[in-house]
Design a protein around this ligand. Structure first.
Ligand SMILES: Nc1nc2c(ncn2[C@@H]2O[C@H](COP(=O)(O)OP(=O)(O)O)[C@@H](O)[C@H]2O)c(=O)[nH]1
Ligand SMILES: [Mg+2]
Length: 461
């Protein structure tokens, strides 16, 4: 069905810059006839004759043949272009009207309007990018922090695909040894040493599973790392949220129990996009609605990558308080924020340090804004530590699912070998693992998979 709407042979066009008015807008034209069709609406050098990767000033015409705008045409000759086809990029003035007229004119000259993601899809079809790289193009465009940009860039350049292909190659080798053995099964020979086979499949299964698990981190980096702001009522949690996102996001008041639901907002902290979650203060209350809020606070603390536990320095803390706070959250995820420092004359930092041994304490005032840079630094350091190892971080749910599947198949394979299941049966799991990995980079793909991936792109990408 996919093939009905998808045709590689025609020449497509779309505005590739963001919708709306900009200084300039760029129309992209790609296909075998890109130069010929563009030539019909172009007044200037003959685009079929100019060298590849050159830019030329000229004029574009509307569908009536009237002069529409001055334009710069950049020419990329196949196969050295993004799509692998002949490509022209026409830069015109950014008016919406000019953009619409230009597309109309190109269509009248013989182009077809591109489908969502079709340029990238053609890049995949012509072998310029594998599937994981094509998906990274979308991530790259959507990246909103240095960390997500870094991952998308490395994936776009193929480092992720290389690792996947390396594992896949090892599995293919294993499989071919097994196949060889099957061919000679009458003679009862063992080509593949059972021990080596098990060792390799166990190692690879663990490695693939680790990659699949990295999706939790990858997703957080892409969508924003959840950081919960927790503490008793009136500690200054909502004030802290507002200070950190530099906006009056949550209601602040001295009435206990003001915040009842989770209030979320994002900010960029260091290299990371972060989702701060302000929560209902934890206290004993009869109010059923507030209690639902408190339950949500506890869930948020459970699911967050980091927890900022806000304490009121003015009110002080008792050993019992400290015990309560510390027991609920593991320390690697915990930063204690001693708030309202502006209201304290002599802060007893020694006894706090004793109460919260091994936990990082940041002193600040959400009211006057002191200590916030230290807090941001502490958050950024923790997140960096988590993503520092140069292992692959998976940012795509499709890849994570395929990796988990491959890992499971390999585990099943190893189990079968251990239990002396006939080799031809065991080999099926091995083949399944290879298949799952092939689907990631697209060396095996189905129209459904492709359609699912590229429909998430916008037109023009
Ligand atoms: N002096 C001082 N007051 C603060 C500070 N942060 C918050 N407050 C006050 O403490 C009260 C409770 O603040 P709020 O942010 O609503 O606390 P929440 O219940 O933890 O969300 C409000 O009256 C705030 O103005 C601070 O750093 N210093
Ligand atoms: Mg609040």
């Amino acid at each position: 069905m996919d093939n009905l709407i998808y045709n590689h042979n025609d020449t497509i066009c779309a505005i590739s810059t963001a919708p709306g008015v900009g200084g300039i807008a760029v129309a992209r034209i790609s296909g075998a006839q890109a130069f010929e069709i563009t030539g019909k609406i172009w007044v200037g050098k003959n685009l079929e004759e100019v060298t590849s990767h050159s830019a030329h000033l000229g004029k574009v015409l509307d569908s009536e043949g009237e002069e529409l705008d001055e334009a710069v045409a950049t020419v990329f000759r196949a196969p050295a272009s993004f799509t692998g086809e002949n490509v022209v990029e026409l830069s015109v003035h950014g008016s919406r009207w000019i953009q619409a007229q230009l597309i109309q004119s190109l269509i009248a000259a013989g182009c077809r309007m591109a489908l969502p993601g079709e340029f990238t899809r053609r890049a995949f079809a012509s072998g310029r990018l594998d599937l994981a790289q094509a998906e990274a193009v979308a991530d790259m465009i959507a990246s909103s922090s240095k960390a997500s940009h870094r991952i998308a860039m490395s994936q776009m350049r193929g480092s992720f695909s290389k690792k996947i292909d390396a594992v896949r190659d090892e599995l293919v080798q294993l499989a071919s040894l097994l196949e060889l053995e099957l061919d000679f099964s009458e003679e009862d020979v063992e080509f593949a040493s059972r021990e080596r086979l098990l060792e390799l499949s166990d190692t690879l299964s663990v490695r693939l599973n680790k990659m699949a698990q990295s999706f939790r981190t990858g997703e957080a980096i892409k969508e924003g790392v959840p950081i919960a702001i927790i503490g008793k009522t009136n500690a200054g949690k909502s004030s802290l949220l507002n200070a950190l996102v530099a906006e009056d996001r949550a209601i602040v008041s001295d009435i206990h129990g003001t915040t009842r639901d989770i209030v979320e907002d994002t900010a960029v902290i260091g290299d990371f996009l972060v989702r701060f979650q302000d929560t209902a203060g934890i206290r004993d209350t009869e109010d059923p609605i507030e209690n639902i809020g408190i339950e949500r606070s506890r869930n948020a603390a459970q699911n967050a990558r980091l927890v900022l536990y806000v304490l009121d320095s003015e009110a002080g803390v008792t050993p019992q308080d400290a015990k309560d706070e510390l027991e609920s959250i593991d320390r690697e995820r915990l930063i204690i924020v001693a708030n309202k420092m502006d209201a304290v004359d002599n802060f007893d930092s020694e006894s706090w340090a004793k109460l919260f041994r091994d936990v990082e304490i940041i002193h600040c005032s959400a009211l006057i804004g002191s200590g916030l840079d230290e807090l941001r630094m502490a958050i950024s350091k923790r997140l960096e530590a988590e993503t520092a190892n140069d292992d692959i971080i998976v940012t795509n749910a499709r890849h994570a699912a395929a990796l988990a599947k491959a890992s499971n198949s390999l585990r099943d394979f190893a189990r079968s070998i251990r239990e002396n299941v006939p080799t031809d049966l065991a080999a099926q799991d091995l083949r399944q693992a290879i298949y799952s990995l092939s689907v990631i980079t697209g060396s095996i793909s189905t129209p459904e998979i492709l359609q699912n991936i590229f429909k998430k792109f916008c037109i023009g990408k």
